[in-house]
Design a protein around this ligand. Structure first.
Ligand code: GLC
Length: 602
C-alpha cells in the first residue's frame, strides 16, 4: 500500500509533467547521452568547426570541409552549383561536400542549408509555390502544411536536409522589401501558418525520415517591425510591443519543435540582434526554452563593428551557436578567420569552453535527432519526384486559394467559357520570372522564362480556353479590337530583401495607363496584379471591372485560370490590410480578411 505522502508526491509529479509544455520534441531528445559522449571526444578545433556554416561559393577547395571539420555548408541565394542547375547537379554538388565531412576522424555529417522559401526555388524544374504572402491569403493551415511537405521532399531529393524557412516575420510596413516573405501583418495568422510550415518541413518532430528537413524560423526577432519598413533597420518599440506582435510566432514554432532559429540583421532600439544576449540567451533559450540551435544570417556578425574578432566574441557570447560565413570583399576563406579568432578568444578566456560546448551540443542534438549519423543517403524516389505533376497540383491549389478578389462588378467574373475573343494584355502575363518573384533561381529573381516546367498565365489561358475562343496577346495593349473581355496583367519586377524597399506604394503609372487603355476599348476589364505587397491602386481599381490580387503565385499559372473561368470559386482573403494611400495614418482601403466571392460554374 503506497504511503499517503508518497502518493501525494507522485500525484504532484504527474500533474507537473502533464502541465509542462513540451517544447517540441527537441526538448526531450533521447539522444542526450550520445551527444555528450561525442562531445567528450571532440577537440576544440572539431567543436569550433561545427559552429561554422560556410557558403559553398567560398569553398573553392571542398576539402576544407574536412580540414576545418565544418558543421554546415549553405547555398546562398546566388550560390548555385558550378556544374549546372538541374536537380541532379544539386545532388552531386551537395554530396561532394557531405563526402568530405564523412572522411573526418569523427565522421560528423554536415547539414547543407538552402533558401527553399517558396519551394526548392533555385533548382531548375522544381515547383515554385506562391510566396508566403500568397499562402497567407489562403488562410488554410492544412494547405500550408502540404506545401511545406512538398518543399521538404524536393529539397531532400537534392541531398539537402535544411530549409531556411519559414520566415515568421510579421511585416508592419508594406514598403519593406521582404513583405512578401511574411504570411501577413496579423500575429495570430503568422503564428498559425508558421507552425504548419514548420511541421510540413520537419514532421511532427525532427526525425530521420528522409523526406523531412530541418526548418529555421526566421528572422529573430522583429525584422518586420523596423521604422519605415527599412530592411535591416531599427525596430523602435517597447518590450510589450515586441512581445505582443513579433515574439509569438517563435514561441509557437518552438512548441512545434523547430530545430533552428535564424537571427535578424535588424536592431531593437538601436541594438543589433546579432549581439543581443538578452533576446537570444535569456528570452529565446531561457524563457522560451529553445533547445535547437541559433544560426546567424549571411555575414551578419560582420555588421556589429569594424573589428571582426570583437564581432565573433559578441555574437557567440550573445548566444549564436552557428555562424553563416560567405567570403566578403577581400575576404577569401573568411571562415578560416572566424575559426582562428574564436580559438584565440577561448584561449584568452573571452569565450568560455562551456559556451562552445552549449553551441556544439545543440548542433549535435539536431543532427542526432535527424538520424544523420545513421544515414545521409538520399532516396532516389525523392529526386525523381522533383517537379512532378502531383507536386504541381498542390502548388496549383495554393495559387487558386491565394487569389483575393478585390472587385467584381458587372458580373465580369467568372469569365464565360463560351467567350468568343479574349484579349490578354501586359508583359507580366507572359513572364514566369514576374510570376515567381524574388528568390527564384537567383537571389533577386529575374524577368523572363526562369525555369523549365512552369506555366505562365498566358499559357494557362491558351491551354484552358475552348477552341471557339480566340485568345490574343499584346504586351502593350495594341490588340484590343472586338475583344469580348480584356485581361490586364501588371505588377512588380522581381526583387529580394532591401533591394525591394520602396518609399512610394503607388502602382506604377505605366501599369495604370495600360489598364486605362483597356478600359477605353469598351470591353469588361479584369486586372490581375503580381506583387509582393499591397500597392496603392487609384485609377487602376476604378478602371477595372474586376480586380485580383495574385501576389507572387509561382510556376503554376493554371491556378489562376481555375478561378477566372469559374472551375473553382474565389476563396482568398487579405492577409494584410490594403492601403488607400502612402499615408500610413489613413484608414486602409480594405481591411485584413477582405475578399469577395465569385460563384463557380460547378
Ligand atoms: C539572406 C537572408 C536570409 C537567408 C540567408 C541565406 O541575407 O536574410 O533570409 O536565409 O541570407 O541566403
Amino acid at each position: 500500500m503506497i504511503k499517503p505522502k508518497l502518493a501525494l508526491c507522485g500525484t504532484i509529479l504527474l500533474l507537473t509533467l502533464a502541465t509542462t509544455p513540451l517544447h517540441g520534441a527537441i526538448h526531450f531528445s533521447r539522444h542526450e547521452k550520445a551527444v555528450d559522449a561525442l562531445l567528450a571526444r571532440m577537440t576544440l578545433d572539431e567543436k569550433i568547426g561545427q559552429m561554422v556554416q560556410a557558403d559553398c561559393a567560398a569553398l573553392k577547395d571542398k576539402s576544407h570541409v574536412a580540414k576545418y571539420f565544418l558543421g554546415s555548408v549553405l547555398s546562398g541565394g546566388d550560390s548555385d552549383p558550378d556544374s549546372g542547375n538541374t536537380a541532379q547537379d544539386w545532388l552531386n554538388w551537395i554530396s561532394g561536400f557531405q563526402d568530405q565531412a564523412l572522411q573526418t576522424r569523427l565522421k560528423i555529417p554536415i547539414l547543407y542549408g538552402v533558401d527553399a522559401v517558396h519551394g526548392h526555388n533555385n533548382v531548375d524544374g522544381a515547383v515554385v509555390f506562391p510566396h508566403n504572402i500568397g499562402l497567407g491569403a489562403t488562410h488554410d493551415r492544412k494547405l500550408v502544411k502540404r506545401a511545406a511537405e512538398v518543399t521538404a521532399r524536393e529539397v531532400a531529393g537534392t541531398g539537402s536536409r535544411w530549409a531556411f524557412a519559414p520566415c515568421v516575420a510579421v511585416p508592419q510596413d508594406d514598403r519593406w522589401g521582404r513583405t512578401y516573405e511574411g504570411f501577413g501583418d496579423n500575429t495570430d495568422l503568422v503564428s498559425e501558418l508558421g507552425v504548419e510550415a514548420t511541421i510540413g518541413l520537419q514532421g511532427r518532430k525532427l526525425s530521420s525520415k528522409p523526406a523531412t528537413v530541418l526548418a529555421s524560423a526566421k528572422h529573430y526577432v522583429g525584422d518586420g517591425g523596423t521604422t519605415n519598413g527599412i530592411d535591416q533597420g531599427d525596430m523602435i518599440c517597447d518590450e510589450a510591443t515586441l512581445r505582443k506582435i513579433h515574439l509569438p510566432p517563435y514561441r509557437a514554432a518552438i512548441e512545434a519543435g523547430v530545430g533552428s532559429i535564424m537571427v535578424s540583421y535588424s536592431s531593437w532600439n538601436g541594438k543589433k540582434l546579432h549581439g543581443h544576449k538578452y533576446l537570444i540567451t535569456d528570452v529565446l533559450k531561457g524563457e522560451l526554452g529553445f533547445r535547437g540551435f541559433v544560426v546567424s544570417d549571411w555575414a551578419a556578425i560582420d555588421q556589429l563593428s569594424s573589428n571582426y574578432k570583437d564581432n565573433v566574441e559578441r555574437s557567440i557570447n550573445a548566444g549564436l551557436d552557428m555562424v553563416m560565413i560567405p567570403n566578403g570583399p577581400g575576404k577569401a576563406n573568411h571562415y578560416v578567420e572566424f575559426i582562428e579568432d574564436l580559438k584565440a578568444l577561448v584561449a584568452e578566456g573571452k569565450v568560455s569552453q562551456s559556451r562552445i560546448d552549449d553551441a556544439v551540443r545543440r548542433i549535435l542534438r539536431v543532427k542526432f535527432q535527424m538520424g544523420l549519423f545513421e544515414s545521409t543517403a538520399v532516396d532516389p524516389k525523392l529526386t525523381a519526384a522533383i517537379g512532378s505533376p502531383k507536386h504541381r497540383a498542390v502548388a496549383r491549389e495554393c495559387v487558386r486559394k491565394s487569389l483575393v478578389l478585390l472587385k467584381n462588378e458587372n458580373r465580369a467574373l467568372p469569365l464565360s467559357k463560351n467567350i468568343r475573343h479574349l484579349a490578354v494584355v501586359g508583359a507580366a502575363a507572359d513572364d514566369l520570372g514576374m510570376q515567381c518573384g524574388g528568390w527564384t533561381v537567383k537571389w533577386q529573381g529575374e524577368r523572363g522564362n526562369v525555369m523549365t516546367g512552369g506555366t505562365t498565365l498566358l499559357a494557362a489561358i491558351r491551354e484552358s480556353a475552348l477552341p471557339k475562343t480566340t485568345v490574343t496577346y499584346s504586351a502593350d495593349g495594341s490588340d484590343l479590337k472586338n475583344a469580348d473581355a480584356i485581361i490586364v496583367v501588371v505588377g512588380e519586377a522581381p526583387y529580394a530583401e532591401g533591394k525591394g524597399d520602396i518609399t512610394d506604394l503607388n502602382l506604377a503609372s505605366a501599369d495604370r495607363e495600360l489598364i486605362a487603355k483597356a478600359r477605353a476599348a469598351g470591353a469588361p476589364v479584369v486586372t490581375i496584379l503580381y506583387s509582393g505587397r499591397p500597392l496603392v491602386l487609384g485609377s487602376a481599381l476604378t478602371d477595372s471591372d474586376a480586380f485580383i490580387a495574385a501576389w507572387l503565385p509561382g510556376t503554376e499559372g493554371a491556378g489562376i485560370t481555375d478561378v477566372l473561368f469559374g472551375d473553382h470559386p474565389f476563396t482568398g482573403k487579405l492577409p494584410r490590410a490594403w492601403p488607400a494611400s502612402n499615408d500610413r495614418a489613413e484608414e486602409p482601403l480594405l481591411p485584413f480578411g477582405y475578399g469577395l466571392k465569385a460563384r463557380s460554374r460547378r
